[in-house]
Design a protein around this ligand. Structure first.
Ligand code: HEM
Ligand SMILES: *[C@@H]1O[C@H](CO)[C@@H](O)[C@H](O)[C@H]1NC(C)=O
Ligand SMILES: *[C@@H]1O[C@H](CO)[C@@H](O)[C@H](O)[C@H]1NC(C)=O
Ligand SMILES: *[C@@H]1O[C@H](CO)[C@@H](O)[C@H](O)[C@H]1NC(C)=O
Length: 592
């Protein structure tokens, strides 16, 4: 007995810590579980089921993917399901709720007029800092490095710099592209072919011309053209207008190739719940680190070239590209401060690379969405071409391209409208991201300090009716600007979801037709102090390209099986496919 007792006691003594330990572990796990569960913000609608599981709303993302819809549809979907212009969602264990805003008027008001209450947001900077750590896009406005990083890019988007430098450089590259397509049009003889890769070369060329002053022999378009010429493909064979012409593929090289690899690494950052960890491992990947080394090597050759030009012809030479300006400013600053110019600094590298990275895929996205529409909407194409022929009447009668000077002096309202309408219905970015820097009154609720805010760019108010909001709960500044822009397109006379460039036009006091961005909701470039830095350049480039392409080619209707409406999300949204069936409008002009 005694032994047994003793045994019992020892067993008990031995087991007790285990039992206590077990209970403690269970308790701890439970506490961790509770901590990991979503913590909904009071007063803001959300999916109740999501709030009860560790993964929060993530199953909604998986479901979208499984059903073949875009994951990027998620945010507008939440607003639709909850029928509320402000909602929240839960991005997985241990994460704070993210607020979703789906109302154009309050979004614009918040981003523009209440911008002091916001910053860029950790989910925003998390996208970028691993790829271009010294560019301002990856910094909150409160970052001490932000003003200096931003000032490196000063003046590059002023009208005079764009007119004197960036656009003339891009004009020449667009003519090279017209040349390539004239050759392709002759070979394909009205058979369709894919435009997506060609548009990569075009947008790569124009952005690299504006940023780096690339020469024709460094251009992928020109290399592609030369290769195609030597391929000696037969021309003028009988047309099989519903079969894709099998042009040999030509892959991007140099800076464009590196840009695509780095852009893809940013795509991954979008769904990473721990950006710092994500970037640590991503930058170790051989393909990514090779692309980073390659872009540094290539950019340095352009920086050195700019330095040599400046050395040869003095500081106040006429610039050919952004790099000349950045380099000569650094040389001037160094001279003033009696130091050596820092021409290999990561700041200069990232400010140049940010230009290429921020400008190429975005312009490609809008351009390919627009050209895809042209095949389907022959009426729009005809109307737009008619506007161009009327405006550039001497170019038309002289059977030549509009010059860059004619282009820069021209206002083409229908062209503006076609571009804006493309961006409204096929937004390049899915959401705008900010963070509340203090507790924020918003539509009668409180968004706590430190909350990330996602503003949707389609769905309610953009391409479907707005969700109703009492005027009194809108912010004071929003109420004060009530008349500025309608809440949605319901009363515009054009169905909100349909492609009607005319919705952007109105008559001015003199009875002239003008383009008016305030006719209704769209926010494709964002708004406020952190709106798209390259917006002016982007508009000009898109107008320039569209003008020259429509001037030189008819975009013929496509066979039904090549008409596609799918969107895929890379770094930015892209059409899944974009075929063209071309007919040259002018005889091919041989390039010298
Ligand atoms: C059609 C083409 C383009 C579209 C649709 C587009 C769209 C956007 C959007 C939505 C943002 C975020 C704005 C916000 O959060 O409020 C942005 C930011 C930015 N974009 Fe663009 N963009 C385009 C072209 C360009 C070009 C050509 C450049 C450069 C040459 C550029 C450089 C930038 C930069 C540097 C930022 C970050 C601004 C900041 O952090 O303060 N973008 N863009
Ligand atoms: C652009 O050209 C105009 C006229 O030639 C000149 O006055 C202006 O200084 C130039 N601006 C830049 C940034 O080169
Ligand atoms: C190109 O092709 C044509 C016939 O398709 C042929 O007559 C000509 O010799 C070829 N030229 C070269 C350089 O291969
Ligand atoms: C973009 O455009 C196509 C039509 O070409 C459309 O079917 C698609 O749903 C659009 N929407 C978005 C949000 O990109």
């Amino acid at each position: 007995m005694a032994t047994l007792d003793l045994n019992n006691v020892t067993t008990f003594i031995q087991l007790r810590p285990l039992a206590i330990g077990g209970a403690l572990v269970m308790g701890l796990l439970y506490v961790i579980y509770l901590r990991a569960l979503p913590k909904p913000l009071p007063g803001i609608p959300y999916d109740v089921e999501s709030s009860r599981r560790l993964l929060g709303d993530l199953p909604h993302f998986f479901a979208l993917e499984k059903s073949g819809r875009r994951i990027m549809e998620f945010w507008a979907d939440v607003a639709r399901r909850q029928r509320s212009p402000i909602t929240q969602y839960f991005a997985g264990p241990f994460t704070k709720p993210v607020v979703i805003i789906s109302d154009f008027r309050e979004t614009k008001d918040l981003l523009m007029r209440r911008a002091k209450l916001l910053d860029h947001g950790s989910l925003n900077t998390g996208l970028w800092f691993g790829a271009i750590p010294h560019h301002f896009v990856g910094m909150p406005s409160s970052d001490p490095r932000y003003p200096k990083a931003k000032s490196l890019s000063n003046d590059l988007m002023t009208p005079s710099f764009l007119h004197n430098v960036s656009l003339p450089a891009s004009y020449q590259k667009t003519l090279n592209f017209v040349n390539l397509w004239q050759l392709k049009a002759r070979i394909a003889n009205e058979q369709p072919f894919t435009a997506l890769e060609d548009f990569n070369f075009l947008t790569g060329d124009i952005i690299c011309a504006a940023a780096l002053g690339i020469l024709d022999e460094e251009s992928d378009t020109v290399k592609h053209y030369n290769r195609l010429k030597t391929n000696n493909l037969s021309t003028g064979h009988p047309t099989k207008s519903n079969q894709v012409y099998p042009f040999p593929e030509y892959k991007a090289t140099g800076i464009l190739e590196a840009t695509h690899t780095i852009a893809d690494s940013i795509t991954g950052a979008r769904t990473a719940s721990m950006p710092k960890l994500y970037w640590f491992f991503t930058n170790l990947r051989p393909s990514v680190s090779k692309a980073q080394k390659e872009r540094t090597r290539i950019l340095q050759t352009y920086i050195d070239r700019a330095r040599d030009t400046v050395a040869k012809s003095g500081l106040s030479t006429s610039y050919r590209a952004a790099v000349d300006y950045i380099v000569s400013r650094e040389i001037a600053a160094a001279k003033k401060e009696s130091r050596l110019p820092a021409l290999s600094s990561p700041e200069i590298h990232d400010s140049l690379f940010g230009y290429v990275l921020g400008g190429q895929s975005t312009t490609h996205s809008v351009l390919s969405f627009m050209i895809r529409r042209m095949a389907v909407r022959q009426d729009v194409q005809t109307k737009l071409r008619k506007e161009l022929y009327t405006l550039y009447s001497s170019a038309a009668s002289e059977k030549r391209n509009p010059t860059i000077h004619e282009f820069l002096a021209m206002h083409a309202p229908y062209l503006d409208a076609v571009i804006e309408e493309t961006m409204r219905l096929n937004s390049t970015a899915p959401v705008l991201i900010r963070e509340a820097m203090e507790d924020l009154d918003f539509l009668g609720r409180t968004i706590p300090k430190g909350t990330n805010i996602f503003c949707t760019l389609w769905g309610p108010s953009y391409d479907e009716p707005a969700i109703e909001v009492d005027e009194e709960v809108r912010s004071k500044s929003s109420q004060a600007h009530k008349e500025e822009t309608p809440v949605d397109w319901t009363h515009s006379g054009f169905p909100p979801a349909d492609f009607h460039p005319e919705r952007w036009l109105r008559k001015d006091g003199k009875g002239n037709t003008v383009f008016d961005i305030k006719n209704g909701p769209t926010l494709g470039f964002g708004a406020g102090p952190r709106e798209c830095w390259g917006k002016r350049l982007a508009y000009h480039e898109l107008k320039l390209i569209t003008t020259l392409l429509l001037w030189n080619f008819d975009f013929l209707p496509l066979p039904a099986d090549l008409v596609d409406t799918d969107v895929v999300d890379f770094f930015v949204a892209k059409p899944k496919s974009c075929f063209v069936r071309l007919r040259s409008r002018v005889p091919e002009v041989q390039k010298k």
